[in-house]
Design a protein around this ligand. Sequence first.
Ligand SMILES: C[S@@+](CC[C@H](N)C(=O)[O-])C[C@H]1O[C@@H](n2cnc3c(N)ncnc32)[C@H](O)[C@@H]1O
Length: 311
Amino acid sequence: MALVQRAGSFWNARRTCELSSRGLASYVSYNCKATPPRARECSACIHTEPANANTNANVKAPAGGGGGGSKHLISAKQIELTFAELELKPVQEQVGGCRIRQHVNPLKASLMAPVKTPNWDEVFTDCSRPLTVDIGCGSGRFVMVLAKRNSAENFLGIDVRERLVDRAKQWAEELDLTNIHFVTTNATVHLDTLLASYPGPLAYVTILCPDPHFKQRHHKRRVVQKQLVDTIIRHLAPKGKLFIQSDVKEVAIDMRKQFDEHLGLTLVRSSSAPCDSEGWVVDNPLGLPSEREVHVLTQGGRIYRTLYERA
Ligand SMILES: C[S@@+](CC[C@H](N)C(=O)[O-])C[C@H]1O[C@@H](n2cnc3c(N)ncnc32)[C@H](O)[C@@H]1O
């Protein structure tokens, strides 16, 4: 009980920093709807899933299919609104004159090569502070907002797409954020090395809408593998939290199954977040939607969330 209360206060501290922009209320209100589109697109990623891929059997695609032109524009606008507090220039699909590739194979040789551990003393003003890691951070705006709102903590965004990471680093510099860092690497393989060198506690991990890699033969490319689960379990500090979510139910179930292996041992499901009858957390516990989440909710889809705490 005491543990739950302590974990609750960790959570409450974060809640005080919740998004207050007008946009979020409308995003969250979408959470009750269950009509994910069949073709999934966003400015950060495009998922085109087979018609039978979503296990939400009674879900129908909206008329005209998902990801259509005007809907896409609406979700792009909503994404801009969500991260408006960063006051960044409108996001282009190009970085340095080159279009950002929608997908990168995380198993390609350069991403499997040993990661260079940052000199944390140089990267952060105070590297003894609690660390939040966003795995598969995409454009990095989500974790940047968290960093801006929580200046007494450190934040690390990891992604396999180097151009996105470079742009995120540039943005962080423009914003004068000294409590955030970005690394291009395969988090599944290299998170352990990065965390082993970090001097402070690992307080929070987010894995938000990871690439689904629908084909069976590509499941090995999914970010949540036993190796990543073991790494997180090994490093998460007492009372630390792990928040995972996906807009693809099959992927959410797969991730949950892997972390549930540790239930009652090192992890508990957080009692601070109300769940639906299937155990999915109803509202985003950070009060800040990820980019992909905004896109999916704007299009009438839903998000399957689980929140764990380190026992
Ligand atoms: C669908 S996007 C979601 C981005 C963001 N989390 C969101 O919710 O908007 C998934 C991201 O994970 C990245 N990614 C995929 N595999 C990865 C891996 N093994 N390590 C780190 N990042 C990975 C992709 O490049 C992509 O930016």
